[in-house]
Design a protein around this ligand. Structure first.
Ligand SMILES: [Zn+2]
Length: 124
């Protein structure tokens, strides 16, 4: 048995993920889409019989928080900032998902003896 063994590759990757998580900036969940709207006022361009031109585009951010869907219009001038935060959130989720994946893999080796999940280990 080696006494000066390097940390295993999974532990090293987890350490890398932790560093990357610490370096993340502001974030926001969701995805941005462009919306066009009809205001409904008679005589407005959006109600034109021949060539209706809807209002917009408006940026809409949609996400699910604690099981509830949320939808908000993004203020004009915030498009770039929200896009950056949404991208950061995606990175955050990717890193956390990978950390969880590695933890499950690592746990399989350390904590569980039976490869079959439906069969509890025999009592000694
Ligand atoms: Zn209108």
């Amino acid at each position: 048995m080696k006494t000066t063994s390097k940390p295993d590759p999974m532990e090293r990757e987890i350490a890398r993920i932790r560093k990357q998580l610490l370096a993340l900036g502001p974030m926001h969940p969701g995805s941005v889409s462009l919306q066009y709207q009809v205001c409904g006022r008679s005589g407005c361009r959006c109600m034109d019989e021949n060539r209706p031109r809807r209002h917009g585009p408006y940026r809409k951010l949609a996400y699910v928080y604690r099981g509830k869907p949320v939808c908000r219009f993004v203020r004009a001038g915030c498009a770039q900032e929200i896009a950056m935060q949404v991208a950061t959130y995606k990175t955050f989720r990717k890193l956390v998902d990978r950390w969880v994946e590695l933890s499950i893999e690592s746990g399989k080796k350390r904590f569980f003896s039976a490869p079959h999940p439906s069969r509890p280990p025999a009592r000694s």
